[in-house]
Design a protein around this ligand. Structure first.
Ligand SMILES: Nc1ncnc2c1ncn2[C@@H]1O[C@H](COP(=O)(O)OP(=O)(O)O)[C@@H](O)[C@H]1O
Ligand SMILES: [Mg+2]
Length: 299
């Protein structure tokens, strides 16, 4: 069974997309079969991995983007998968094993124009279609916007685990707290649709500190986050007993911003030098930590 993980925080700009793209790439490099699903209408992960020209073609028609499985609802999820998405200039495959289901800007319509059948919310449609392709993968990762509205709900409903990218500041802590509240509310409202075959509803398994500047002491924000996490665990609110602050933290590095512009995961940017290697190693260590932190039902 694939491990399904949503990266989510109620705070924007904390590094959800950078983390998920580079972690997905690191997992693929380790030989895992990985599917990354983009649920953020801003399409950052899709544009990053497809590069603008390829993505523009999908954005122009909407065909093959995630929203097309809901409206007009003819396309199946399996037809939206772009195999081995990372390509070089001549279309050569640079990272076999990393597939993408892209989004385009029309995903915003899921929040308003789309009128779901109350008996079949969009996340149920999505879950049924995901089940058709799940066995092709070791990991399915969901990049989500900073909320638990309809687009995110697809990921949250299907995932078993949630990882919370955070910066060492008060706003990330507020974002985490808000996330747990909204998560619980959504789990309650969607509980009647769940089947036992789906496994337990998603819970927080990890918090990842991202963009950590050199020589910065993050002990205080880390301690505050740990206290909040302990509180949720004791209250059994949305956080698994195994939930932890990941030992690996990702350093702040210019190369992460450059990698977006180049349309590549950091380790494929190919810059000689310690900064690129160091941050690429951070992502690789995080991938290892996630592999090792599997939920009990999957171990
Ligand atoms: N480790 C890092 N070092 C430097 N810049 C980073 C790092 N992680 C993310 N960024 C930058 O921070 C900004 C927000 O990151 P992003 O991944 O888009 O966050 P989110 O998806 O949470 O909105 C982007 O410009 C990104 O390139
Ligand atoms: Mg993002």
């Amino acid at each position: 069974m694939a491990r399904k993980i949503a990266f989510l925080n109620y705070k924007g700009g904390v590094g959800k997309t950078s983390l998920i793209v580079n972690t997905a790439a690191s997992l693929a490099r380790r030989g895992m079969r990985v599917l990354l699903m983009d649920f953020d209408t801003q399409s950052n992960a899709s544009i990053w991995l497809m590069k603008l020209e390829r993505w523009n073609k999908i954005n122009a028609t909407g065909t093959g983007s995630i929203y097309s499985i809901f409206d007009p609802g003819v396309t199946r999820l399996k037809d939206c998968v772009i195999k081995d998405v990372v390509e070089g200039k001549d279309g050569e495959k640079l990272l076999p094993g990393l597939d993408l289901v892209p989004t385009t800007f029309n995903l915003v319509d899921l929040e308003g124009e789309y009128k779901p059948d109350p008996k079949r919310p969009s996340y149920v449609i999505f879950q049924e279609q995901l089940a058709e392709i799940e066995s092709n993968y070791d990991f399915i990762l969901f990049d989500c916007p900073p909320n638990v509205l309809r687009a995110s709900q697809n990921g949250v409903y299907c995932a078993g685990e949630i990882y919370v990218p955070s910066n060492p500041d008060a706003l990330s802590l507020i974002g985490f707290t808000l996330l747990v509240e909204k998560l619980l509310r959504f789990q309650q409202s969607s509980a009647s649709f769940r089947t036992t075959a789906m496994g337990p509803a998603s819970q927080v398994y990890g918090i990842v500190f991202n963009s950590i500047k050199a020589n910065t002491d993050i002990e205080v924000p880390k301690m505050r986050m740990q206290l909040r996490l302990n509180q949720f665990k004791t209250q059994k609110r949305g956080c698994a007993p195994a939930a932890k602050i990941c030992t690996t933290q990702i350093r702040d590095a210019m190369i992460v911003r450059r990698a977006v512009t180049l349309g590549l995961p950091v380790f494929l940017v190919g810059t000689e030098g310690s900064e690129a290697d160091s941050v690429a190693n951070d992502y690789m260590r995080l991938a290892t930590e996630i592999i090792e932190n599997a939920p009990p039902e999957i171990k």
